[in-house]
Design a protein around this ligand. Structure first.
Ligand code: HEC
Length: 442
């Protein structure tokens, strides 16, 4: 069972899956490795747990990364074992909070644990967290340092253009929050299509940058939203066949939220945006747009209330294909769901995800399941909040909270990435899905 420290946020389905399914899965995952004779099948760090942790945790839990402790060596993992059990059993770690029991399934870069992996870790902790034979330990994966561009390998080169904020910004210890606006010239002399982008605080700035949004200002007016970075968010590659236009002479507008570091030290940041372009003679088939959807700015979150729901709506004036869902709430948010209401009133849940203000995660649908939304329908975003003492992020829970820019105010909308489909493209995409689902069901 999930242990008794589970908070009120823990989802009941989960207790079932660990209680009922869990026992079954543990037996499976504890099955001896090929050719190995094990009677009683003791789970060990070297054989069963390290492979999971090296695969799903140490990207962040290693020296000089963003997490509070390294989980590479057995002694540390063992010392943290009860807390690790709690975080993985409640799906708080790794940070990837999409609800697997409802809506569309199938995401790129899904770093969550499988039910079997969770059962293995929980059972290993419960049975004494044995070390096992260290000769069986997998090798520790290799990582670039924090300031390295994580997309460099995948894109095969460093960014084509790197745009820093104009000057270093100092964030003194123990100060308030800052919401800074900066402008940087891109220096671009020709129009380009953006394939991928990544925002990186500088090494010293890493612990103080909570949020960095960029938008483009074209020289002749217009422009638009470009990228959003927040703690835990790394990089985005636009889906195949899509691109975002950036024009010659574009000025970049930065909106950065700085907060003092919990380590009690001053930090100086120089955040940079790295852009990778499509080849100069290549035009994308579709123009990708990232936008707020279904904003609700009329929030009413009374003090002391544990479960408050709000709703926002967005009418679709064209057919769209959704590539990414990213909830956006502030401190009090606990969960968000996205659904579509069709013109004939049928409703379909697309995705639900739990929310933790420390993590802003983009859930990128794999191509085969990207939601196809016909014009005339309505996107409906439902958000839940907890403004009571049971929410560790809540300030003074006697206070009413409404909409606003500070993280102590709240918000409700989804960042949605999408591109438009003509009526013919829409019909063809739906037909293709239908054909595939028929082929898949026999
Ligand atoms: C994307 C980066 C990332 C990944 C992947 C990740 N963690 Fe974390 N982890 C963090 C950060 C940052 C914190 C501290 C802030 C927080 O709790 O959100 C943390 C906190 C924790 C804590 C609580 C520490 C405390 O002081 O209470 C535990 C336990 C933990 N992680 C275990 C794991 C395990 C086990 C995995 C893999 C199954 C994992 N994490 C994967 C970044 C990560």
């Amino acid at each position: 069972m999930v242990n008794s420290t589970s908070s009120t946020h823990s989802k009941p389905w989960y207790s079932y899956s660990l209680g009922v399914l869990g026992a079954f899965l543990v037996i499976l995952s504890a099955a001896p490795a090929l050719g190995q004779q094990t009677s009683g099948a003791t789970l060990t760090f070297a054989d069963h747990v390290a492979p999971i942790i090296y695969d799903k945790c140490v990207e962040c839990h290693r020296p000089d990364s963003i997490a509070p402790m390294s989980l590479i060596d057995y002694a540390t993992v063992r010392a943290w074992a009860p807390i690790i059990k709690d975080r993985v059993a409640n799906r708080k770690m790794p940070p990837y909070f999409i609800d697997k029991t409802v809506g569309v399934q199938g995401f790129e870069d899904d770093r969550s644990l499988t039910d079997a992996e969770i059962a293995t870790i929980v059972s290993w902790v419960d049975t004494g967290a044995a070390q096992g034979s260290m000769v069986n330990l997998p090798s520790v994966p290799f990582f670039e340092d924090n300031v390295a561009w994580t997309l460099e390998d995948e894109m095969g080169r460093p960014p084509d253009l790197i745009i820093p904020i104009p000057d270093p910004f100092n964030v003194p210890a123990g100060g308030p929050n800052w919401w800074m606006t900066f402008y940087s010239d891109t220096g671009l002399t020709e129009d380009r299509w953006i394939k991928a982008f990544e925002t990186k605080p500088s090494a010293d700035g890493f612990p103080v940058v909570h949020h960095a949004v960029t938008s483009m200002e074209f020289p002749e007016g217009g422009g638009g939203f470009l990228s959003e970075y927040a703690l835990g968010k790394t990089a985005d590659i636009n889906p195949p066949g899509t691109g975002q236009l950036i024009k010659a002479g574009t000025r970049l507008n930065w909106n950065i939220h700085y907060a003092s570091s919990p380590d009690g030290l001053d930090h100086t940041d120089r955040t940079r945006l790295g852009l990778w372009f499509l080849p100069i003679d290549e035009e994308p088939e579709n123009i990708l747009v990232r936008s707020h959807m279904a904003d609700n700015e009329d929030l009413d979150l009374p003090g002391g209330e544990e479960t408050i729901r709000t709703d926002g709506y967005e009418f679709m004036t064209r057919n769209i294909r959704i590539t990414t869902f990213q909830p956006h709430l502030h401190n009090l948010g606990t969960r968000q769901c996205l659904e579509v209401i069709y013109q004939d009133n049928r409703r379909q849940t697309l995705s639900c995800a739990d929310w933790d203000f420390g993590w802003h995660i983009a859930y990128n649908y794999v191509e085969e399941v990207q939601p196809l939304i016909p014009k005339g329908s309505m996107l409906h975003v439902t958000s839940w909040y907890n403004n009571s003492n049971s929410n560790p992020w809540a300030g003074d829970s006697r206070n009413w909270v409404g909409f606003g820019q500070r993280s102590t105010d709240d918000m409700s909308f989804s960042w949605i990435s999408w591109y438009e489909l003509s009526d013919e493209e829409y019909t063809a995409a739906v037909e293709e899905r239908r054909a595939r689902s028929i082929a898949g069901s026999d």
